[in-house]
Design a protein around this ligand. Structure first.
Ligand code: C2E
Ligand code: CA
Ligand code: CA
Ligand code: CA
Length: 278
């Protein structure tokens, strides 16, 4: 089929208009969606590479919209980051996880830590620490069960204020993960200056590792460097057995990816991994 540039332009224009339309619908529906509980929490297990078993989870939000169907995070997260609604979503997820962990601890089951994603817009919002305190008071739990994932790009250009915030969070007892590590432009300088507990190697490195010796070398060296710095490493996007074996060989601590387990509804995660003894 021969599509002329003119046709392509029309096609592109139509797609663009559809996206503009979709964006308007999303923004019109988001507040109601939150109160109607259309946002669902999924959890993806993180596996200890050595024992090949689940040790913690990551909370990932899903939007199952009555009007718009299933909307993927790539479609609404960037939009919410622009319009500020991400603060509400991040606090919804965080609060739900606190509440869930509190229940799990009371149920006397095995409990694994859970990490939640915090956008730059969320941590940069002036009332952030106060709002966090409110959640902590509402659902008091040992903070060793909660990790905050902040993307590397969100930390880029973070001035002294941002550094102070990270230090404050760690002093409160949260552990901090640097998400999508290696995807930004200042990975090494973020490592040098930022107080973090965990590094999550961006999934692109592992994806390329099947074909690129360079990517394997980079992963291996990030793992070694992190060990020397006392930082825990998670490699994201583990999709094959070979990739997991590679991570075992180089001594990477944790693996996250479809090969280990896909993100699943919270109830399924609890049923599968956190059985109540007896
Ligand atoms: P992320 O934080 O890097 O999360 C990992 C993403 O990789 C998830 O996509 C997960 O489903 C996907 N993934 C896991 N294993 C594999 C694998 O083996 N292969 C591949 N190709 N992908 C894998 P998801 O759930 O679609 O989320 C996309 C992004 O949306 C997240 O990337 C995160 O940046 C953002 N996000 C999700 N939930 C939240 C949230 O509650 N708050 C904020 N601020 N951002 C969120
Ligand atoms: Ca993440
Ligand atoms: Ca990531
Ligand atoms: Ca990401």
């Amino acid at each position: 089929k021969n599509i002329s540039p003119g046709h392509q332009a029309v096609f592109f224009d139509k797609k663009l208009r559809m996206w503009e339309e979709q964006k308007k619908n999303i923004e019109k529906n988001m507040f109601r969606a939150l109160s109607n509980e259309e946002f669902k929490i999924y959890v993806q297990p993180k596996y200890a590479v050595a024992g090949n078993d689940c040790r913690s989870g990551e909370a990932l939000v899903r939007w199952v919209s009555g009007d718009l169907g299933f909307i993927i995070p790539e479609q609404f997260i960037p939009l919410f980051e622009k319009n500020g609604f991400i603060v509400e979503i991040d606090f919804f997820v965080l609060t739900s996880i606190f509440k869930t962990l509190q229940r799990q601890l009371r149920e006397n089951r095995r409990v694994y830590p859970i990490s939640v994603n915090q956008s730059r817009a969320t941590v940069a919002y002036p009332g952030y620490l106060e709002r966090l305190q409110t959640v902590m008071e509402q659902y008091p739990i040992p903070l060793e069960y909660v990790q905050l994932e902040i993307t590397e790009s969100a930390m880029e250009g973070g001035g002294p204020e941002f550094l102070r915030l990270l230090a404050a969070l760690r002093n409160m007892g949260f552990s901090i993960a640097l998400d999508d590590f290696g995807s930004g432009y200042s990975s090494l300088s973020s490592l040098r200056s930022l107080p973090v507990d965990t590094l999550k190697i961006d999934k692109e490195f592992l994806r390329e590792s099947d074909t690129s010796e360079r990517s394997r070398t980079i992963i291996k060296n990030i793992v070694n460097m992190s060990k020397d710095l006392g930082i825990t490493v998670v490699c994201e996007g583990v999709e094959t057995e070979d990739q997991l074996l590679f991570l075992a060989k180089i001594g990477c601590d944790y693996a996250q990816g479809y090969y280990c387990a896909k993100p699943m509804p919270l109830s399924e995660y609890e049923g599968e991994y956190l059985r109540i003894p007896g």
